[in-house]
Structure formats: structure tokens, C-alpha cells
Ligand binder design. Structure first.
Ligand code: NAG
Ligand code: NAG
Ligand code: NAG
Ligand code: NAG
Ligand code: NAG
Length: 792
């Protein structure tokens, strides 16, 4: 009531009027007008409704009074119409109140009358639904089951009734739909219903549009954005990019080398998506060899790999997220071989000493091993080329070192064999093993003399036990097989008294003469010496030793003719008519010695008549030196000296008697006794010799004549004495033919032709070799033809 008084200052008056006119003021029917009607629009004809004349209205000063003192309407006094004065807004006038009534009175004066009216303002759909917030944020766990409902804020519409919000829809409605729920006072609420499970990993947030539609015609709508945040749930286990990783790594890779990087993905977020790596099994071998970075998944080496021990590793790796889900993968690590092992050689058996001459023998059996694989582990064995050994592959990786054939200790007694084992890897690695093989001795070499024959020269008359020389033999074997003993072998000639001549030192081969040797008795002899080693069986060899006795001048010349012991000394007859150079006689002497010691020279030592005779030094011929005269004495005695050429010289003297005779004719010259005796003993031989000599001398004559002619032309005919031929002189003297005893037991003949007389004189000399062993000077068993010229 107070409020009304305030609003209406003239309320007392009005109230009084109301009371007075209470009965008269009957309730009138309500008018209706739609909101937002244009001003001036007709609402109702009040005059007619009150029952007044139009002119009465102005006369009675009718006026319209609204309760709220607003001038929404005005009364047209000319027509009595109630007209809209200004636009009405139902929402402003009544808000949500329904129905929206405006009460007004029509006041008339004189008499005062009040008529009450009601005016209904009807709603038109002039307001759209409006959401209080343009964006709504909703957080929904991704694992929320379909069917779950989420209330949403409703939209507001100032309009009422059907013009208010009637329906909500949402789009895009892939996961949700919206239910519209009835609320109090006819309000409608949207409810979000999950149709399909959410997956944060697929769509972490959804942007939807909520549409509110009112029921007006045409309907108005309002929208709001709905942002749906899908909350993560640890619904994903970490997953490795590959279930199986393969890696290869060199066995010599340094520590810290990366082997492989595994990687797992967890689509969850936050702690749910954080991945930690670890070894699946706590295998000690693996954890000591590899380190795994739990955050990056890098796997590195922390211990040296050895292909030879472990060829490959299989490692299981687990990836866990923060909430405990995990995944697994397998890493297969192949260790790649590096040629890091030198080949190893193991000797299984070894014979360090073998006998020479053995056939193919196994020296060593050894095995070769290289722990590397492939080419790195393939080995090649060799030994040096220059040894007579070879390698033979045996079973598997065993080799035999064998001799190529029999060995010869004497050639090489020790072999150093280097076995080289090389693998085929890169770089090549090799190992060497040295084996020393000793070749033991077998008595396969006989002692060998330094010379096949030895010639020793011993002067005769040596002192007994004289060391006359040595023989020496060597044996290439070793030890007892090389110890040599010497011995004398039985002589081939059984008559040689070897045991009394020489002896040998068994140890050193020195030879000794056992007694004095006599050249004239034994000029030379030979024998065999043996050398024997001490091997089993013993081997021996032999050598020839020739002993040559050297002559010493120990024999004086011995005169054969003329005989010196004669009770009837030999006398040479010389005719007084003899030409100078007439051959008086010839002294024949021998010397048992040989060589120089037997070279004789003759000289006239003493003569009754010096100058009458001369002796030719070389052949002992005594010739007249000049013409003889009657004054010369008939008897001459010549003393001749025969001297050898030894050192010192030995000599013998000869006495020769010469008788000068008158009328001495040569054909009657008596032959010497000896020659006559010889001739008598075998006249046939003499004749044969004479015949042969005649023929030979004829031939010889012609040859000599030819030579003489040539010599004479050169003017060398200064020879005095000796045999001569009419055509000239023959140089000639008796050549020493005594040699090494070849003339012993032999005869020599000298035939001397007297030149001037044309007759021949034969002098036969019976050999005295049986008495005087040695050469007979100037006498040859074969015929000698020519004047002093000896043919051998
Ligand atoms: C709300 O709107 C949807 C589509 O616009 C319609 O299918 C549904 O029938 C409406 N609901 C009501 C109660 O009018
Ligand atoms: C909401 O109210 C309308 C009428 O106002 C009615 O037809 C409908 O069935 C109601 N819906 C629910 C869910 O109560
Ligand atoms: C073998 O080797 C040894 C020791 O190294 C050495 O004394 C010897 O002379 C060598 N022998 C040969 C035949 O090389
Ligand atoms: C083997 O012998 C060779 C030469 O004979 C030598 O160079 C090498 O050092 C030796 N090896 C061994 C392991 O003794
Ligand atoms: C002289 O000697 C020789 C030999 O010696 C001998 O044959 C001869 O009988 C001896 N004559 C005399 C007479 O003694």
C-alpha cells in the first residue's frame, strides 16, 4: 500500500473515488496487445466499451492512467481509441511472469468516474536462446564408458513458453548426442551423452557446437562451443618400433661403442608416456657386457667382446612407462670376427734325433689352431725350402713333419726347421715354431786315405826304425765310427818279407823301416795299408804304399875286363903300323849302384910312355894317340882309373899291358879266351848272330853313312879315337843305360866294326850279372851294332 501511495501522490483522492464508485466501476474485460506493436496501433475503442459518446470524452476530460505511471498507451479523444504510444517489451514489463498484465484506469471527471481495465501483453519470439558462456570446457577421461552423461549449462531465452528453448542439439556428433531434459518452470537442460568411447591418443580434444533452439516460429537459436578435453588414461603400453633388432659389432670395438639404439613409443601422455628402458633379464653376462641408457635406449659396450668366446648375444629389452605398463623387444647382437688371434701351434710329439739313412721318418706331429672364424681362422703351414723335410697334412688340423728321404749326417748333422703358420685374415698373423733335428751317426763312411797311393823314398843303408813316412785316412762319420786304425795288409807278393821291412803305427799311420835297406838288393817294393774304423760293422779301405829305395854310392866300380886277378895278365897286341886312334883295348867296368853312382868315367893314371895312348873318359876305350915308331918300346903298362860319379866318388884301378908287334895281321888275331869259349859252346848262335849282324850292319851302314855325310858337311868331324868308318867319324860313347835295375840279369853285346879293315871284331862279354847284381855298363843282351853306338 505504501508503495502505491508513493507512486501515486494523489492516491487519497483516487482511493476515495474508488470507494465511491466501487459499485459503478465494474470489471471490464481484458484487452490484449502483442509486444513490439508499432506506436499508434489500435488496441481497443474505450469510449464504446465504457458507453460514452466520443465528445463526452473530451468534455469530461477522460484520461488513461497506468498503474506504473508509464505512458505506454494514449487515449485518442477524437476517436476514443486506445492506441499504442510506445513499443512494448513484454520482457521488460513482466520478465518471466506470465501472463503479463497491465492495469489501467480510465478516469472521467464531472462526474468523477473510474473505469478499470486490464491489458495483456502477449509474447512474441523476439529473443534467441543465449548461452551464459560462449564456451564450455568439459574434461572427460578417455576410458569413460559409452552411455555416460554429462550435464551442460542450459541456454536462456527471455521469451517464454514455446518461445523459450525447446531443443538442444550438438554437432558434430561423432561421439556424443545431447538429450534435452525438462527442468523446473519449463526450462530445458541439455545433457551430453557419450555414444562412443574416446581415445585421447587418437583425438585428444573435441570441439563441438551446442545448439539451442527455441519453439518460436520461426525458431531462434543460440550456440555455444563445447570443448571436450580427453583426459589420458595409461591405456597404452610402450611399444618398440621393431620387435627384433639386429646389430653387428666388430669384436675389437672400443669400449663405449654404440651397439644399437632401441626405441619404444608410448602414446600416453605425461608419466604414462614416459618410457624407461631396462634389460628384461638380469643376465650377468649381458649386464656386464652392455650398458643400456634407460632414457635414450642406447646400448653400448662396457666390456671387451671376444668373438672366440661368444659369437652372439640375444638381449631382451623392456620398455616401461611411468605407470608400469611395459613392452619388450629382442636385440640380437652378432659379434663380427676380427683377425685378432695368431694361429697357435701345439706339438703333440717330437723326435729330436733320427738316424741318418733312415727312410721317410716322422719327426713331429703337431696341431694348428686359430680361434678366429672364416678366412681369419684358415691357416697355412710351411717350412723353409732349403731343408730336406716336408709337411704332410694329417687328420683334421694335424700335420706331420717328415723327412723327405734318408738324411746324411756327414752333409748336415743338425737342422733347424722353422714351422710357420699363417692365417688368411687381414692383416695376416703368423706364428713360428723352431724344431731342431739332430741326425745321429751311422757307420756309413769307410775311412778314406788322403791319397790312393803313397810313394816313399828311403835312402839305402838307413838306420833301423827310421820313420819313413805316414799314411793318413779320415772318416767322415763321428765318434767311434770315425776312429781309424791302420794296419799292414799281407803283401801280394808272398816272397816279400814285409813284416821284417816295415811296421805301421796303428793309431797314427806312421811307417817305420825295420832294418837297413839295400838298394842293390831291393830297389823298390810296394804293399797295401788298411784303415779300419771302429764302427759296427767296421768299414775299411786300403791304399798302396810304394817304397823306393834311394841309391847311395856304396859300391866301387868293378872292372870286368881286363881281369885284374889274373895270374896271367891280359896283354893287348898292337901292330906298330897302327894308325893313330887305333883301338887298343876297352876297359869294361860295372858299378852295382845306379844312376850317377853308376856313371863311370875312365882316365889314364899312369903310362910307361905318356902320350902314346889315350883313354876315352866315357867308354874306357884305349886308343893310340899317335903313330907308332920303331923307337917306341914294345911293352907298355898302362894304369887306368875307373871312377864313378857318386858323392863321394869311388874308384878302381886297372892295369893294362900293351905289346907292340910288327906284322900283326888282324885276321890272325886270336880271339879272347872267353869269346872263343862262347863261340865253341854254341857256334850256331855265333853264326846266326854274325849273319844277322852282317845284314843289320849293312843297313846300319847306309843309315850311318847318310848321317855321317850330313855331319861332315857341318864340319864337326873333330872326333879323335873311337870306331871310325872311311866316310867319317861317328860320335858315340857308351850311354849309361843302367837304370832301375832293368838290366840286371841281362846280357849286353857290343859289336864294333873296324872301319878301315872292313873286318868286324866281335867282343862277346859273358854277363857277370850273376856275380855282380847291377848293370853291366855298355853291355846289352840285344845286339849292339855300330861303333860305340848302343841300341836299347
Ligand atoms: C529437437 O531437435 C531435433 C533435431 O533438430 C529433433 O530431432 C527433435 O525431435 C527435437 N525435439 C523436440 C522435443 O522437439
Ligand atoms: C517435458 O514436458 C513436456 C510438456 O511440457 C512433455 O511433453 C514431456 O514429456 C516432458 N518430458 C520429460 C522428459 O519429462
Ligand atoms: C740351429 O739353431 C741353434 C740355436 O739357435 C744354433 O746354435 C745352430 O747353429 C743352428 N743350426 C743350424 C744348422 O742352423
Ligand atoms: C726360429 O728361428 C729363426 C731363425 O732360425 C729365428 O729368427 C726365430 O727367432 C726363431 N723363433 C723362435 C721362436 O725361436
Ligand atoms: C880271377 O877272378 C875271376 C872272377 O873273380 C875268377 O873267375 C877267376 O878264376 C880268377 N882267376 C884266378 C887265376 O884266380
Amino acid at each position: 500500500m505504501e508503495a502505491e501511495e508513493e507512486r501515486f501522490p494523489t492516491l487519497r483522492q483516487v482511493l476515495l473515488l474508488f470507494v465511491l464508485l466501487a459499485q459503478t466501476c465494474a470489471e471490464r474485460e481484458a484487452y490484449s496487445v502483442a509486444e513490439e506493436t508499432e506506436s499508434g496501433s489500435f488496441v481497443a475503442n474505450l469510449a464504446k466499451d465504457i458507453g460514452l459518446e466520443v465528445r463526452e470524452l473530451s468534455w469530461r476530460r477522460a484520461r488513461v492512467i497506468f498503474n506504473n505511471n508509464k505512458k505506454h498507451f494514449q487515449l485518442n479523444l477524437q476517436t476514443g481509441d486506445l492506441q499504442v504510444n510506445e513499443k512494448l517489451d513484454r520482457e521488460e514489463l513482466c520478465g518471466p511472469t506470465e501472463p503479463c498484465e497491465l492495469q489501467f484506469q480510465v478516469l472521467l471527471e464531472e462526474p468523477l468516474e473510474v473505469y478499470k481495465f486490464k491489458l495483456l501483453v502477449s509474447d512474441i519470439n523476439d529473443n534467441p536462446p543465449v548461452f551464459p558462456e560462449a564456451e564450455m570446457i568439459l574434461k572427460i577421461m578417455e576410458n569413460t564408458l559409452p552411455g555416460a552423461v554429462f550435464p551442460l549449462k542450459n541456454a536462456q531465452d527471455l521469451d517464454i513458453g514455446i518461445n523459450n528453448v525447446q531443443n538442444y542439439t550438438i554437432f558434430p556428433n561423432s561421439h556424443f548426442h545431447v538429450l534435452t531434459r525438462n527442468g523446473s518452470e519449463g526450462r530445458k537442460y541439455p545433457v551430453l551423452v557419450l555414444d562412443k568411447a574416446l581415445d585421447r591418443e587418437e583425438q585428444p580434444e573435441l570441439r563441438l557446437t551446442l545448439l539451442a533452439v527455441d519453439g518460436g516460429a520461426p525458431p531462434k537459436s543460440g550456440t555455444a562451443r563445447v570443448l571436450i578435453d580427453v583426459l589420458d588414461v595409461n591405456d597404452n603400453a610402450p611399444e618398440f618400433a621393431q620387435p627384433l633388432y639386429r646389430a653387428q659389432i666388430l669384436e675389437n670395438s672400443p669400449l663405449g661403442s654404440l651397439v644399437v639404439t632401441v626405441s619404444a613409443r608410448d602414446p600416453d601422455t605425461g608419466i604414462n608416456g614416459e618410457v624407461f628402458y631396462s634389460f628384461f633379464y638380469g643376465d650377468e653376462e649381458i649386464t656386464r657386457t652392455f650398458a643400456l641408457n634407460e632414457l635414450t635406449g642406447e646400448m653400448k659396450i662396457i666390456r671387451k667382446l671376444d668373438f672366440e668366446k661368444i659369437v652372439s648375444y640375444e638381449v631382451d629389452i623392456k620398455a616401461s612407462d611411468g605407470a608400469g605398463l611395459s613392452g619388450k623387444c629382442t636385440v640380437i647382437i652378432q659379434v663380427v670376427d676380427i683377425n685378432d688371434n695368431t694361429p697357435a701351434l701345439t706339438v703333440a710329439s717330437l723326435t729330436s734325433s733320427i738316424q741318418e739313412n733312415s727312410p721317410e721318418t716322422t719327426i713331429a706331429l703337431f696341431s694348428v689352431r686359430d680361434p678366429d672364424s672364416g678366412e681369419n681362422g684358415r691357416t697355412v703351414c710351411s717350412i723353409q725350402e732349403d731343408v730336406p723335410f716336408m709337411l704332410k697334412p694329417s687328420v683334421e688340423n694335424f700335420y706331420k713333419l717328415v723327412t723327405e728321404g734318408p738324411l746324411d749326417r756327414e752333409r748336415q748333422a743338425e737342422y733347424n726347421i722353422t714351422i710357420t703358420v699363417t692365417d688368411m685374415g687381414t692383416p695376416r698373423l703368423k706364428t713360428q715354431h723352431n724344431i731342431t733335428v739332430l741326425v745321429s751317426d751311422v757307420n756309413d763312411n769307410a775311412p778314406a786315405f788322403t791319397q790312393t797311393s803313397y810313394t816313399l823314398f828311403i835312402p839305402e843303408n838307413n838306420s833301423p826304425a827310421l820313420h819313413i813316412g805316414s799314411v793318413s785316412a779320415t772318416d767322415r762319420d763321428a765318434g767311434a765310427n770315425a776312429q781309424v786304425t791302420y794296419s799292414l795288409l799281407p803283401p801280394q807278393d808272398p816272397s816279400l818279407p814285409l813284416d821284417s821291412l816295415v811296421s805301421i803305427n796303428a793309431d797314427n799311420g806312421h811307417l817305420f823301416a825295420l832294418r837297413a835297406l839295400d838298394f842293390e838288393a831291393l830297389q823298390a817294393f810296394e804293399f797295401l795299408v788298411g784303415a779300419t774304423d771302429r764302427g759296427t760293422p767296421a768299414l775299411s779301405s786300403q791304399a798302396l804304399v810304394r817304397v823306393q829305395v834311394l841309391d847311395a854310392n856304396d859300391n866301387a866300380p868293378f872292372v870286368l875286363y881286363p881281369l885284374q886277378n889274373g895270374s896271367a895278365p891280359c896283354t893287348e897286341l898292337v901292330p906298330r903300323a897302327a894308325e893313330p886312334g887305333y883301338l887298343v883295348s876297352k876297359v869294361v867296368a860295372v858299378d852295382s849302384d845306379s844312376g850317377q853312382n853308376a856313371w863311370l868315367s875312365y882316365q889314364l893314371l899312369k903310362a910307361t910312355e905318356p902320350g902314346l895312348f889315350s883313354v876315352w873318359a866315357h867308354n874306357g876305350e884305349v886308343r893310340t894317340a899317335r903313330l907308332l915308331s920303331e923307337r917306341d918300346a914294345a911293352k907298355h903298362r898302362l894304369l887306368l882309373l875307373v871312377k864313378d860319379n857318386g858323392e863321394p866318388p869311388l874308384s878302381a884301378s886297372v892295369t893294362l899291358h900293351v905289346l907292340l908287334v910288327d906284322g900283326f895281321s888282324q885276321p890272325y888275331l886270336p880271339l879272347p879266351e872267353v869269346a872263343a869259349a862262347e863261340a865253341q859252346t854254341d857256334p850256331l848262335t855265333v853264326y846266326l848272330v854274325v849273319a844277322l849282324a852282317s845284314v843289320s850292319s849293312l843297313f846300319l851302314f847306309s843309315v850311318l853313312g847318310f848321317i855321317a855325310v850330313r855331319l861332315c858337311r857341318r864340319g864337326t868331324a873333330s872326333w879323335v879315337g873311337g870306331c871310325s868308318v872311311p866316310e867319317g867319324h861317328f860320335p858315340g860313347h857308351l850311354v849309361d843305360v843302367s837304370g832301375t835295375g832293368t838290366l840286371s840279369q841281362s846280357y849286353q853285346y857290343e859289336v864294333c866294326l873296324k872301319g878301315g879293315s872292313g873286318t868286324s871284331e866281335f867282343t862277346f862279354l859273358k854277363s857277370v850279372a850273376s856275380n855282380h847284381q847291377g848293370s853291366v855298363n855298355g853291355v846289352e843282351k840285344n845286339s849292339h851294332f855300330g861303333n860305340g853306338f848302343g841300341f836299347n
